[in-house]
Ligand binder design. Structure first.
Ligand SMILES: Nc1ncnc2c1ncn2[C@@H]1O[C@H](COP(=O)(O)OP(=O)(O)O)[C@@H](O)[C@H]1O
Ligand SMILES: [Mg+2]
Length: 315
């Protein structure tokens, strides 16, 4: 593993009596793509804002390539590119003028601005719309322009704050393709989201936060393994199962846990080969009609649920 390019140590931030970030520490290796995952209000944006130097932590520090950021004008900040959760665009300037404005903040030369602006627009698939203002764009196109703005100064580290919220599926895919391209070019990515499937698609490691604390920091494969090597098996019946079936089903060979949800029975099983024949035979004996049967590996959603006691999308 490469040495960490980004390190967060003991970050803390309060707003009055509200503790937004209690204690957050993690690090990201150069070229790594890490998911920062947590439900709404977990403290993700506050953490990212401290990382990007937009707000000052009450305690803790941010290190870029092993060196603490010193103040707002630290040149190391240029190695970071933040795609903020709230769009930062001028609705009435054209896309190209927006890029020019933000490029000037990074004091890019005219030639750099032209080349990088064109490359960034091309990457996000907006070359054809350079002359149009964002007010004529869809939500997804605005998000993509927001990403292009963050790429202008060619940062090594990209901090993305929920870049797909409120975005149509087509733009969402486009954003993902962009990020996969950037990852392949060796960019370091910290991807903030409350969508698990996005982390599963893009990231190799996940830092799970809730209530301003890190609950887990591990490679995805390791988190999945924590849920055991078992399988989740869903049996759909023609009618809801009587309540007293659950205990009986739980006692069958290979079955670890059983839950009922309307006419579905959800099994956690150690071994499909053992459990499925036992379950289907038992159900047949008791006159149940199986209308559907499926199995899947446990996903991160169940890991998240057991860590935080709540679903990611409980807002
Ligand atoms: N500027 C602020 N002033 C007061 N409270 C804030 C401010 N920013 C965030 N918070 C609060 O801090 C907590 C964490 O917010 P945030 O970092 O935005 O979470 P997330 O991005 O994970 O949804 C929330 O309870 C939020 O209401
Ligand atoms: Mg947020």
């Amino acid at each position: 593993m490469n040495p960490p390019i980004l390190e967060v140590r003991g970050l803390r931030k309060t707003f009055g009596s509200l503790v937004a970030v209690e204690e957050v520490s993690f690090s990201v290796a150069a070229g790594e793509c890490v998911g920062l995952l947590g439900p709404n209000g977990a403290g993700k944006t506050t953490t990212l804002s401290m990382l990007a130097g937009l707000i000052r932590p009450d305690a803790g520090e941010v290190l870029i390539a092993g060196r603490a950021l010193t103040g707002d004008t630290d040149p190391a900040k240029r190695r970071l590119g933040l795609v903020p959760q709230d769009l930062a665009l001028y609705e009435d300037l054209s896309a190209a003028e927006n890029l020019a404005f933000f490029g000037a903040l990074y004091s890019l030369s005219r030639a750099e601005l032209r080349d990088r602006g064109a490359a960034a627009l091309d990457l996000v698939g907006l070359s054809g719309r350079a002359k149009d203002p964002p007010r004529t764009f869809s939500g997804g196109m605005k998000r993509r322009l927001n990403l292009a703005v963050a790429l202008l100064h060619d940062p090594e580290i990209l901090l993305l704050d929920e870049p797909t919220v409120g975005v149509d599926p087509q733009s969402r895919n486009a954003i993902f393709d962009n990020l996969e391209t950037l990852r392949a070019r060796g960019k370091t990515i910290l991807y903030t989201t409350h969508y698990l499937e996005e982390v599963e698609r893009l990231c190799s490691r996940v830092v799970i936060v809730d209530h301003g604390r890190v609950l887990a920091d591990a490679p995805l494969a390791e988190l999945r393994a924590r849920e055991g090597e078992g399988q989740r098996c869903t049996v759909e019946l023609a009618a809801p199962a009587p309540a007293d079936w659950i205990a009986a089903l739980r006692g069958l060979p290979g079955v670890r846990r059983v839950a009922a949800r309307e006419s579905q029975l959800i099994f956690e099983v150690a071994d499909l080969t053992v459990a499925v024949p036992a379950v289907t035979a038992w159900l047949a004996q008791h006159g149940a009609q199986i209308t559907q049967l499926s199995s899947a590996r446990p996903n991160l959603e169940s890991v998240f649920l057991s860590l935080t006691g709540r679903n990611l999308r409980d807002d």
